[in-house]
Design a protein around this ligand. Structure first.
Ligand code: BES
Ligand code: ZN
Length: 548
């Protein structure tokens, strides 16, 4: 039972979707049809999720009706069909304000010549561009035909075949994706390519050159990569996340193009989702930690294999540090792994807790049973639940039977904070960071900056030009400290950063910090007035809650 969907999959379950869409950049709408093929188990009604969709007609329906608008869930679409009916075809168009779409004008792209469109369906935004059963408990295969005006190109997270995109593995709705714009591509491995605007494609190919070794490391640990191709689409800077694990085609922020591969843990992360998340999926958004906690654990195992233990441990220590800060900001109920989301938008559950506390639980089990046994367990887990959506309870039962261990798993899942005996990652690399030295890695910089209680801001800036850092994570950390410590030259750079980047992880802390002083509030409001139109609807919703 998923409280974030109007669907009743026990009565009717959609199995396959045929999408036929036209991208209209002038009106900022997708227009076309979705044919839904389904199994009817009980009754004669198919209930779907929609948000902001204009429904024109439904073929094969006896009658249909849109229910009242719900602030978080959108509108249910009830379709009555005759006994034995196995498909309906919905003709519809999206709203220009669809929460799962961002329409970029040419100035918001690198090339400045053409518009751009991309989707972001997780958690419950697929319903704003396709009428469907928008719950991770329902999996569908699909095929998609997408018309875009020349010379632009459409890409879909699926396999392209003679102008049709096909996804032959059953996936949850939040993994359905589409992008369109001036998109070029370059091969980076035997089953991988990068897609990006032409100006970025070479830099992206170099940054992500280790992708094939990453794929091979996960395969060696947890079994074959099952999705055929693993491509990466680099989006314009307003993309609201670091990355999104759309199957076959990871979506990524351009802010990870640091020039030195220092931020490619993002690729390790999204790739890891090909096992944890895309193969074995959280059944509801309260089980989100099954996706993200497992993925962060696997991500660090990949980093260890490809870049060495030193790098992986630095990331683990940084993660633990950020988790402690997140705990301090959150109410007790959000410091557990299995969160209660009743009456809430599932995007609210997207804190660092499912990521870092989840990964720490797995690491703690690993340390207690030994790495070999834990690896065998994970490999069997991915096999056992492949192409299924499971709950936290199902994981607990499977763990209890397959790998008896002394870790108090129930306490990890239902109680706030970290239980006694939690693993404590440690990095020697961070032991003696007194003053920056040439050749410091991004991770050393981040640890150093975050551990300063009274930093000498002017001297650091003079010696290392941090207000103009080229690495987005370091720059973000520096700008945050500039606001915290009232360092003027840094504060002067905040505006251009907030006006050029739309990644929510960067925006949220900066606006939050600015809002803490009178002067800062004024600045935040002035900046947000300029920047807001360029942000994604999901980022707008988050920052509205901070600045308004
Ligand atoms: N699936 C998430 C992004 C997401 C989560 C989108 C919840 C919508 C709702 C993705 O895999 C992710 O975790 N991205 C991280 C980057 C990662 C390296 C931790 C992000 O975007 O910051
Ligand atoms: Zn993730």
């Amino acid at each position: 039972m998923d409280i974030h969907s109007f669907a009743s999959p026990e009565c009717a379950r959609v199995r396959h979707i045929v999408l036929d869409l036209q991208v209209d950049f002038d009106r900022k709408v997708l227009e076309g049809s979705a044919e839904l093929q389904f199994d009817l188990f009980a009754g004669t009604e198919l209930a779907l999720d929609t948000r902001g969709l204009a429904i024109r007609a439904i073929e094969n329906a006896d009658s249909w009706e849109l229910g009242p608008e719900h602030a978080i869930l959108g509108r249910p679409l009830f379709i009555r069909v005759g006994q034995g009916t196995g498909s309906v075809k919905v003709h519809y168009s999206t709203s220009p304000y669809a929460s799962g779409l961002q329409w970029l004008d040419p100035p918001q792209t690198a090339g400045k010549q053409h518009p751009f469109l991309f989707t972001q369906s997780q958690a419950i935004h697929a319903r704003s561009w396709i009428p469907l059963q928008d719950t991770p408990g329902v999996r569908v295969t699909f095929e998609a035909r997408v018309k875009v005006p020349a010379p632009l190109r459409a890409v879909v997270g699926a396999v392209a075949q003679d102008g049709v995109f096909r996804m032959d593995h059953p996936i949850p709705s939040y993994l359905i994706s589409l992008a369109a714009g001036d998109i070029a591509h370059r091969a980076i491995g035997p089953r991988s390519a990068v897609y990006a605007e032409p100006a970025l494609v070479d830099a992206a190919a170099e940054e992500f050159a280790d992708t094939e070794s990453m794929i091979q490391s996960v395969e060696a640990l947890y079994g074959p990569y099952r999705w055929g191709r693993y491509d990466i689409l680099v989006l314009p800077p307003s993309f609201p996340f670091g990355g999104m694990e759309n199957p076959c085609l990871t979506f990524a922020t351009p802010t990870v193009l640091a020039g030195d591969k220092s931020l490619v843990s993002l690729v390790a992360h999204e790739l890891a989702h090909s096992w944890s998340g895309n193969l074995v999926t959280n059944a509801t958004w309260s089980d989100f930690w099954l996706n993200e906690g497992f993925t962060v654990y696997v991500e660090r195992r990949v980093l260890e294999k490809v870049y060495g233990r030193r790098r992986a441990e630095m990331e683990a220590v940084l993660g633990r540090g950020e988790l402690e800060k997140e705990f301090a900001r959150l109410p007790e109920g959000d410091r557990v792994l299995h969160v209660n989301l009743a009456g809430r938008d599932p995007d609210d559950g997207c804190t660092l807790v499912p990521y870092e506390k989840g990964a720490l639980l797995l690491r703690t089990i690993e340390e207690s049973v030994g790495r070999d046994r834990f690896d065998a367990f994970l490999r069997a887990y991915f096999e056992r639940f492949a192409f299924q959506s499971i709950t936290t309870g199902q994981f607990q039962n499977y763990l209890r039977d397959a790998l008896p261990n002394p870790v108090p798993v129930e306490e990890w899942i239902t109680r706030p904070g970290l239980p006694a005996g939690a693993a404590e990652p440690h990095s020697d690399a961070f032991d003696h960071l007194t003053w920056p030295a040439p050749g410091w890695s991004t991770q050393e910089w981040l640890h150093f900056l975050r551990s300063q209680s009274a930093p000498d801001m002017p001297r650091l800036d003079r010696e290392f030009r941090l207000s103009h850092a080229g690495n987005s994570e370091i720059l973000h950390q520096w700008l945050l400290m500039s606001v915290q410590h009232g360092y003027r030259p840094g504060i002067e750079s905040v505006e251009s950063f907030l006006c050029s980047v739309g990644r929510r992880k960067f925006l949220k802390p900066l606006y939050t910090e600015l809002m803490k002083t009178e002067d800062g509030r004024e600045r935040a409001r002035a900046i947000y007035a300029k920047a807001r139109p360029g942000y994604h609807p999901i980022a707008q919703a988050t920052i509205d809650g901070i600045v308004k």
